[in-house]
Design a protein around this ligand. Structure first.
Ligand code: PLP
Length: 419
């Protein structure tokens, strides 16, 4: 197999070598905290983050608590406080105050709760605004919600958002980092435009938290939601989270009034009375096992810090694009992600008419990225465990798949259930 670096030294060695970049990487030691199969180049951390090794200790601890304390563990082992505690840790990664975030439910459910809760705050307005390119679950939730709440869903192109914020818009619901292109929206600018027009914002941070420095309070964001299993490495189906700015908490109502959002869940009162703060957005029992796994992972993100996470992400994705420019030029790959790393999240996406079989062939060669219909292939560059060496090797294997025509094998043409 021809290596990219081999080709490059022939071309004059314009790029720094992967090994030099790895040696100078302040986060290089963090990889040892993770369990990644030997030889695997894992570029799907934007979809399911790798497990931190210490997660298994934490899970064993929860199992011991369960065995020993049974139902008493909810109080004696602090399980009942976990949603708020994990929320406070998440807050430090997304630029929020500890009492503004709670860990609960899935992103989809949290989006429903926050947008529903935000609507009455924009009095008399009837429109929810979003973009066509938003993650499909966000579009589906908003479509159903608009019908149930008798409001109108307005879906516009990404570059039309600012102009579409008029006097009818109640809520602007967007993803901070686009799931396909990784383009970052100007959170502060859009939020300011929304506020000026009398609307509120709900940001989905799923592809941002853990690889981009998010500043919710500085941007004066109203609400936000996000996902625990991508760059936060919480594990499959890890609970999501929800942010409500302090100034809104006393006046909002969750549309899902479950018992754990009640001011006194164990008083078993007949009527609903919401908790004081962010916990009024809780609904049913928290999934303690998966929330504990997320909790154990987050300590690492916090100790490294969001600025360092974003700096590494930008360098990794820059390096990915530079390698592709050099080694895969003329092979039909069109960069979908922004070239400017300041407005790019944690993954790099390319369009290619044969994207599906190319990614299938690549996965069989030990480079796990993913495919998003109709023709996008994505490479997630998780800052905590990926090396520059992994980037160089992944691009070399991709070039090999193209040069040998390996992707043309009929076995790569049939689509799997999960892509
Ligand atoms: C990953 C992702 C989700 C996931 O939603 P779940 O309800 O947790 O499955 C939602 N929105 C966006 C933008 C995402 O990237």
């Amino acid at each position: 197999m021809k290596t990219v670096e081999g080709m490059r030294s022939g071309a004059g060695g314009a790029l720094p070598s992967a090994d030099t970049l790895d040696r100078d990487d302040p986060l290089r030691a963090q990889r040892d905290q993770f369990s990644i199969p030997q030889g695997l180049l894992y570029f799907a951390g934007h979809s399911l983050g790798a497990p931190r090794l210490s997660v298994s200790d934490r899970l064993a601890e929860v199992e011991r608590e369960w065995r020993r304390h049974l139902v008493r563990a909810w109080g004696d082992c602090g399980w009942i406080d976990l949603p708020r505690q994990v929320g406070a840790k998440l807050a430090s990664l997304i630029g929020a105050a500890p009492d503004e975030v709670v860990c609960a439910d899935s992103t989809s459910v949290n989006l429903y709760k926050t947008v529903f809760a935000a609507l009455p705050l924009a009095k008399g307005r009837r429109v929810i605004l979003t973009e066509r390119d938003n993650f499909p679950t966000d579009l589906y939730i908003l479509e159903g919600l608009a019908r149930q709440a008798r409001t109108e869903l307005r879906v516009v192109e990404s570059d039309q958002i600012q102009t579409a914020i008029d006097g009818d818009v109640a809520v602007v619901a967007l993803s901070h980092v686009n799931y396909k292109s990784a383009a970052i929206h100007d959170m502060a600018g859009i939020t300011a435009a929304a506020h000026k027009a009398g609307a509120l914002t709900v940001w989905d941070l799923s592809h941002a938290a853990g690889c981009v420095e998010v500043k919710l309070d500085e941007a004066e964001a109203d609400f936000a939601v996000g996902c625990g299993y991508k760059y936060l490495n919480g594990g499959p189906g890890a609970p999501g989270y929800l942010f409500a700015a302090q100034r809104h908490q006393a006046v909002v109502t969750s549309p899902l009034q479950g018992w754990l959002g009640h001011a006194a869940p164990f008083a078993f009162e007949e009527d609903f009375r919401p908790q004081e703060g962010i916990e009024r957005f809780l609904c049913g029992s928290p999934p303690i096992i998966s929330m504990a796994a997320l909790d154990a992972s987050l300590d690492l993100h916090r100790s490294v810090g969001v600025a360092a996470l974003q700096a590494k992400t930008r360098k990794l994705t820059d390096y990915f694009i530079a390698q592709m420019d050099e080694a895969a030029a003329g092979m039909g790959f069109e960069l979908v992600s922004p070239r400017d790393s300041r407005i790019r999240g944690g993954h790099v996406a390319y369009r290619h008419p044969e994207g599906y079989p190319i990614m299938a062939a690549l996965i069989e060669r030990g480079v796990v990225g993913d495919f998003r219909a109709p023709d996008n292939i994505r490479f997630g560059c998780s800052p905590l465990y990926l090396r520059f060496r992994d980037v160089a090797d992944a691009v070399a294997r991709l070039v090999d798949v193209m040069e040998t025509g390996a992707w043309k094998d009929p076995k790569y043409q049939t689509r799997a259930k999960v892509t």
